[in-house]
Design a binder for this molecule. Structure first.
Ligand code: LLP
Length: 428
């Protein structure tokens, strides 16, 4: 099955013409392919089959209830980072007992909520958090299951804003201090040591850093297992995706084309980490976000104006940086394609949004097919960290999200209205 491809010159998501989606729901809008999410989950699950494992989808990548319920039905667990994400997982039919709760700033309220719901494990990021979880669990007369996030000091070779496993990052506890912090955890009466966790960063395209982290941590995990009887090692997320040429044409299935283009595949990832992780004999948890949903999403937009200046051609669309902030924040590169295929030669342009910031662009000096007012485009690979990072900046309503499954079209979130924009506010 193709997720995004041209059929008779018209861009489709699965069996649905995206012009039809644009006409029915308006633009800008996010569309997601259920088949792509399912395919990605199953490919990763299959590659990890040699391990006793559980995929805990990183909810932060895309937390729409329709995406969460789809993954829950596939058997996925969830990696959550807030009380809000736990609430979403439960509303989508997921189980707290399959959730790991990460994040450096958990509040007492969030800890209590997660404890009452029975989360599988807290991924603890500091000694003071360990003490706080112990104290909240004591008040509730519960024992809190914990894993300590160990920072292996590995360079994941990714953008500096999404690199987490180096010693200068705020995350986790340094590998040299880990054993001492586990001793401390063992001494706290309301904690139950359940595992070890790590996560080195995001959008990692080279299996090397994963291999390095697995090797660096395996000995420590084995030592802690011998001492405290662990149940799992959570290896985090971070598998990167192909952003350029996301709409690969050619023969074969979409995932074959994707695997040909990508530098990391589920098989290459598994190959890099199996030698160190398999001998541990522990359950291994994984927290992929982007890999599962990134290439399953596209942002649809309509050209409003074409503005010619002596320096450049600006194509102004109705989606902005408030809808997809990745280009502005991480210099993220997303492939942009017209909904109607054209043989016309590409011309260099800046494709920009309506927001009052020079950082409001989707492409700069990029050759794209000539576009005119009313033409529609898709910004591809925006299923991860797209809608979830959007805001109401410039008082722009949040976009609708539409999940496509074969021929089926599901409005997973309706567009905010102007009334929604001011809900909860009152003039003084
Ligand atoms: N586990 C932990 C502890 C994490 O911090 C993250 C992502 C993940 C798992 C999932 O990582 P993934 O498999 O999606 O790479 N907004 C940025 C990415 C931020 C990633 C934050 N942490 C972007 O748009 O590139």
């Amino acid at each position: 099955m193709h997720s995004f491809s041209y059929v008779d010159g018209s861009l489709h998501c699965e069996d649905v013409d995206l012009e039809k989606i644009a006409a029915e729901f308006g633009t800008p809008a996010y569309v997601y392919s259920a088949g792509t999410i399912r395919g990605n989950y199953q490919r990763l699950d299959a590659a990890l089959a040699p391990l006793d494992h559980l995929i805990c989808y990183a909810v932060k990548a895309n937390s729409n209830l329709a995406v969460l319920s789809l993954l829950a039905r596939l058997g996925s667990g969830f990696d959550i980072v807030s009380g809000g994400e736990l609430f979403r997982v439960l509303k989508a039919g997921g189980q707290a007992g399959r959730c790991t709760f990460a994040g450096v700033g958990k509040t007492r309220e969030e800890i209590a909520y997660a404890l009452r719901e029975g989360v599988f494990s807290f991924n603890v990021e500091s000694e003071s958090e360990l003490e706080r979880i112990n104290s909240v669990a004591g008040e509730l007369r519960l024992r809190a299951p914990i894993a300590i996030r160990v920072n292996p000091d590995v360079d994941p070779k990714t953008h500096k804003f999404i690199s987490t496993g180096k010693s200068q990052n705020k995350f986790g506890i340094g590998i040299d201090r880990a054993a001492a912090v586990y001793e401390k955890a063992a001494s706290l009466p309301h904690l139950k040591i359940r595992g070890v966790q790590t996560h080195i960063g995001s959008q990692i395209l080279d299996p090397g850093p994963f291999a390095e982290a697995s090797q660096k941590l395996a000995a420590l995990v084995a030592e802690l297992h011998a001492k405290f009887g662990l149940e799992f090692f959570d290896f985090g997320g971070g598998i990167g995706i192909v952003y350029d040429q996301a709409l690969r044409s050619g023969t074969g299935t979409w995932w074959e084309r994707e695997e040909n283009a990508s530098r990391i595949t589920p098989a290459a990832y598994a190959k890099a980490i199996l030698p160190a992780l398999r001998p541990l004999g522990l359950k291994i948890l994984f927290e992929p976000g982007r890999f599962l949903v990134g290439n399953a999403g596209a942002l649809l937009a309509t050209v409003q104006y074409v503005k010619q200046t002596p320096a450049k051609t600006f194509t102004i669309v109705d989606a902005g940086m408030n809808d997809l902030i990745r280009p502005a924040l991480y210099e993220g590169w997303h492939e942009i394609v017209p909904l109607r295929e054209t043989p016309a030669a590409p011309v260099p342009m800046d494709l920009v949004g309506p927001v009052c910031e020079s950082g409001d662009f989707f492409a700069q000096d990029r050759p794209l097919p000539p576009l005119a007012q009313g033409d529609r485009i898709a910004v591809l690979s925006s299923g991860a960290y797209g809608f979830v990072m959007s805001s109401n900046y410039n008082s722009r309503p949040l976009l609708p999200e539409i999940l496509i499954d074969g021929k089926k079209i599901h409005l997973a979130r309706k567009r905010q209205s102007l009334e929604d924009l001011i809900a909860g506010e009152s003039p003084a």
